[in-house]
Design a protein around this ligand. Structure first.
Ligand SMILES: C[S@@+](CC[C@H](N)C(=O)[O-])C[C@H]1O[C@@H](n2cnc3c(N)ncnc32)[C@H](O)[C@@H]1O
Length: 274
């Protein structure tokens, strides 16, 4: 509550000052969270130092987009943006059967992942659990309603023929991760972006990974882009802290090519074993 009030005041400051204070606050809060051990032994190895888009990705995404168009759900970016193409590459490379997403929001990423899973699995035997702290389907509080979209996430999944494959859970991510007995091949973290929350989500997620699984994060914005776009420093600080304490882990930053040059604006990053 106090944190919220301070944030509201600081948000009224000029943008660069607000961003700098936000970064410092994230750093400060993160380092007050005690260290926790990450289940490094569960991580699989991402074979490359980058996420390379192979030639089939364009077609795979177009196919997925066509399914969405035919179903009449309207534009939900299931296959167009670079981030979707990166997600497609990750799903096609990993071929996960059980996926967890932290942060459902409008359900667009869940829908994209669901369609990509359908594409890569011959049978219907894949499952995506998407967790959000709010009731994302609510006709009163749901983001879809407040942002003026026609379909709630569940309606969207139904239209896309994914209702049996995608399960929505309303819970705080840390609570869910600490209590679920499920394990996953792939976990996508895109919930609360505060450094301490991302840190906890990574630590707890690692314990829910099946052997050989990987974790991906959204909005991993390193400092070199902080002043070019509105940045969220939380995922960056959280990942740095995890990597510093766990030298067996590595980060694959999907913005970079194998020479370490920035080639994309996307900020999906993968945590894998070295
Ligand atoms: C950036 S949005 C997710 C976007 C979504 N993954 C997509 O790509 O369309 C962040 C979401 O995280 C949810 N969230 C925030 N704090 C959370 C928490 N502690 N536990 C679970 N979800 C949380 C928010 O309600 C919001 O829907």
């Amino acid at each position: 509550m106090v944190r919220r009030r301070i944030f509201d005041v600081v948000k009224r400051l000029p943008e660069p000052l607000f961003r700098a204070i936000d970064a410092l606050a994230n750093w400060y809060v993160l380092y007050r969270v005690p260290s926790h051990s990450v289940a490094v032994d569960r991580f699989g190895k991402w074979s490359q130092q980058e996420v390379t888009l192979d030639d089939s990705i364009q077609n795979a995404c177009a196919e997925v987009q066509e399914i969405a168009d035919r179903s009449g759900v309207g534009f939900i970016d299931v296959g167009e943006s670079i981030e979707r193409r990166l997600m497609a590459q990750i799903i096609r490379q990993l071929r996960p059967t059980k996926v967890l997403e932290i942060g459902t929001f409008l359900g667009w990423t869940s829908a994209a992942i669901g369609l990509l899973l359908k594409q890569t699995h011959e049978s219907d035997g894949f499952h995506l659990t998407s967790v959000d702290v709010i009731d994302v389907d609510s006709p009163v509080n749901g983001y879809w309603k407040n942002l003026g979209y026609i379909h709630s996430p569940s309606v969207l999944f139904g239209r896309l023929g994914l209702d049996r494959n995608i399960e929505l859970v309303q819970a705080d991510s840390a609570e869910y991760l600490a209590t679920t007995e499920d394990t996953f091949d792939f976990i996508f973290i895109d919930g609360h972006h505060g450094a301490d929350s991302v840190y906890r989500d990574i630590v707890l997620s690692s314990k829910r990974l099946k052997a050989g699984g990987v974790i991906a994060l959204h909005d991993y914005d390193p400092p070199e882009v902080w002043f070019r776009k509105p940045f969220m420093a939380g995922p960056f600080f959280a990942v740095r802290r995890i990597l510093a304490a766990n030298p067996e882990l590595k980060l694959i930053d999907a913005r970079l090519n194998s020479d370490g040059n920035v080639v994309r604006s996307s900020c999906i990053a993968i945590l894998s074993a070295k």
